[in-house]
Design a protein around this ligand. Structure first.
Ligand code: SF4
Ligand code: SF4
Ligand code: SF4
Length: 376
């Protein structure tokens, strides 16, 4: 085992390979306060990548309703139970064990092995809320019942468990963008990656008899475009870009800005130790204990930061850039009421008003001499 730096845990940890950070690291930020659970992202991925034989059950992108939804069945509950007690004091390094540190000597990572039936219910728990609904409580507002949608893709982790566990060295992380891929010609279908990935984002194809996973839409990324699940997001809750570690963060990089500069987004289940590269703006209405378990001890602070956006035109500008272009935004700026996005060469991709102009149409149109109303 090598000793590597995990900035999300604020400490060193054990990992089977030496630390190596790619030139650029693919990342997505999701604003969970805006996801409407429409599953357009799931279908955008499905129709692009997983409509072949043996892929029928696969959703490389899925959206689950938390706390009850999960695909495969109870994946996070089962991983967390195997990991055991995860101690993490606020503003201190994580003091529990990661999946690599808690593994038996014969294993690379603490894991569970999903069975066929675990993959059979991708919509389990969809739209189920938690809390007691009784005595007409559902008719009162505000109420205690809550749920939120959690869209998930592979996190193209800095320390992937799938890669660590592969005995064939068929899994690799690309130097140019940090995307984690399975070399289909080297894979022999042993499914060690399926067992080891705690997020359960490596999947076995029983027809081709090799494992597959989200490819980060690398052909689009190579062309400067965001992935299909991002481009097609109806709620405009996502932005894909390249994240730097905190010591190299750039203020004009949209992902660095949201994660490092403003501390509005957190990785999910960082205690597992993979340094996952999907980040979430936590939902402000959900149970805090649950959110702390999922996003770590900074949740409260991050939610408070989110509530301050109403007085922060720069962050407002960045949020309206989300979903405003198919291209990858490498740099952004906000000035005089407009938000600007730039590509890698520094050329402007898009400009959007931070606040949409409001036009009020009078019922009587002077020019045409007609009354306008909305009755057909
Ligand atoms: S999320 Fe899972 S499949 Fe994706 S890189 Fe991390 S360990 Fe591998
Ligand atoms: S990045 Fe591409 S391959 Fe991965 S989940 Fe999104 S659409 Fe699917
Ligand atoms: S398309 Fe966007 S809004 Fe719809 S479920 Fe996916 S992430 Fe949520």
């Amino acid at each position: 085992m090598a000793t590597v730096k995990n900035w999300q845990l604020d400490r060193q940890m054990d990992y089977p390979y030496e630390e190596h950070r790619p030139k650029k690291q693919w990342a997505i930020v999701f604003d969970l306060n805006k996801c409407i659970g429409c599953q357009t992202c799931s279908l955008a991925c499905k129709t692009t990548w997983t409509s072949g034989k043996g892929q029928e059950y696969m959703f490389w992108n899925n959206v689950e309703t938390k706390p009850w939804g999960s695909y495969p069945l109870a994946w996070d509950v089962r991983v967390l139970e195997k990991l055991g007690y995860q101690h993490w004091d606020k503003n201190k390094p994580y003091s529990g064990k990661t999946v690599f540190e808690a593994a038996d000597p014969a294993e690379k990572a603490v894991h569970f092995n999903p069975q066929d039936e675990d993959w059979m219910y991708p919509n389990r728990g969809e739209d189920d809320c938690t809390g007691n609904v009784s005595g007409g409580k559902y008719l009162t507002l505000p109420h205690d019942n809550w749920f939120f949608y959690l869209p998930r893709t592979c996190a193209h982790c800095t320390y992937p468990a799938c890669l660590a566990a592969c005995p064939r060295k068929a899994i690799y992380k690309r130097e140019e963008d940090g995307i984690v891929l399975i070399d289909q010609s080297r894979c022999k279908g042993y499914q060690e990656c399926v067992r080891a990935c705690p997020y359960k984002k490596s999947m076995y194809n029983p027809y081709t008899r090799v494992s597959e996973k989200c490819v980060g839409c690398y052909p689009a990324v190579e062309e400067g475009k965001q992935p299909m699940c991002v481009q097609n997001c109806i709620g405009k809750i996502r932005i894909m870009g390249f994240i730097n570690p905190p010591w190299n963060a750039r203020e004009d990089n949209p992902v660095d800005y949201l994660v490092h500069k403003k501390e509005l987004a957190l990785p999910y289940y960082p205690q597992l130790g993979l340094e996952p590269n999907i980040y979430y703006v936590p939902p402000i209405h959900a149970n805090r204990e649950y959110l702390i378990q999922m996003f770590g001890p900074k949740v409260e602070e991050v939610i408070e930061n989110y509530k301050k956006i109403k007085n922060d035109p720069i962050t407002q500008g960045l949020l309206v850039l989300m979903g405003s272009t198919d291209n990858i935004i490498h740099r952004f700026k906000v000035s005089e009421g407009s938000a600007y996005a730039f590509d890698e060469k520094g050329d402007q991709i898009v400009r959007v008003p931070v606040t949409e102009p409001l036009f009020i149409r009078t019922p009587w149109d002077e020019k045409l001499g007609v009354i306008r109303n909305n009755t057909p």
